[in-house]
Design a protein around this ligand. Sequence first.
Ligand SMILES: *Cc1c(COP(=O)(O)O)cnc(C)c1O
Length: 421
Amino acid sequence: MAKPAPMDTDKIKGLVCRECGKEYPAVSLHVCDMCFGPLEVQYNYKAIKPRLTRKAIEAGPKSLWRYVDLLPIAGDPTVGLDAGFTPLVRAKNLGDELGLDKLYIKNDTVNHPTLSFKDRVVSVALTRARELGYDTVACASTGNLANSVAAHAAAAKMQCYVFIPHDLEASKVLGNLVYRPNVVEVEGNYDDVNRLCSEIAGEHKWAFVNVNIRPYYAEGSKTLAYEVVEQLGWEAPDHIVVPMASGSLLTKIWKGLNEFHKLGLIDRMATKVDGAQAEGCAPIATAHKLGRDFFKPVKPATVAKSLAIGNPADGYYALKATAESGGAMDMVTDEEIIEGMTLLAQTEGIFAETAGGVTIGVLKKLVKQGIIKRTETTVALITGNGLKTQEAVMNAVGRPTRISPSLVHFQKTFGLGNHER
Ligand SMILES: *Cc1c(COP(=O)(O)O)cnc(C)c1O
């Protein structure tokens, strides 16, 4: 089933089982055939180190591909050439509000082309899928992944199937249909969709970005950590607050920071990686709060649909990463999520989706509890755009003030004197 891969022995060593350490070539495989553990890409850091300097990175393209030496593709990128390198915003107003002197927002609401962090993972996954000889791509998605796979597949002229739960936001459904992939709406939640996709992946020779080529896909998330460090002037932050669905992003933030440290690109690395979930779907954060290293799957019921994974594939590893880093995890209610969204919009002018509300809500809680301290450099990852989840805030933002087209009516309505100049 595994197609022969173009080998880049110089950079990619192969895949390795995260549990038993068994090694595999860099093919389309995601579980260990010995112990069923998940596989991860292994790099040849000795070969990478001499050529990967700050200067070399800074001279690279203004996209996530400036870090191509640490991404699992053999040749040049062919899909998603403009993804990544999104702004790191110094969030002075929000910091003042929350009691933080050095708060930054990593703004992936403007990622290219589909306005979420998923454009990172998909660029890497589809470039790799092409190298592995696939012409059909697919995914199981909570919304943003499907949007990104559909858009990139259209541009790359690849066949495409995206599988989504039946209850997604209108904009996320439309954001698939417009690219004309096969959009499959499954009567069930994400965990049902994912189970179905695992079965389909066993039957059809497709690149399921988050199933059979998941090890490559997941590596794209590391670029968020790389960019944060570079944009902070080659410094690792004290805290980084990460929204969690499957937990993959959080584990890769941790991996990315450690790689930069190991390669000598940063001198000091004491970053605490904090995980954020919605109360209505918080299997990972709940386990962390109970001091457990395993989680109990849940049935999701939250406004943060992009994070609604009840049985998170990387939950165990996310718990491990946060524990290793000395970080914390917490969860927020739907109400707090919407408060987080409007607070971010009204202080920084950034309209994030529900997942961003989760990040800001949890950030606020961790500051209040004294877990994140005023003087600590803190980065909040804002991973998706609010225009895709308008339903969530529709009732919280009020309506425009309606007037007749009359100067007097306008001035009266806003209590403005008519000779005010
Ligand atoms: C997918 C997604 C995440 C996190 O996903 P993981 O499965 O934990 O890697 C975070 N925010 C948004 C908006 C997403 O779409």
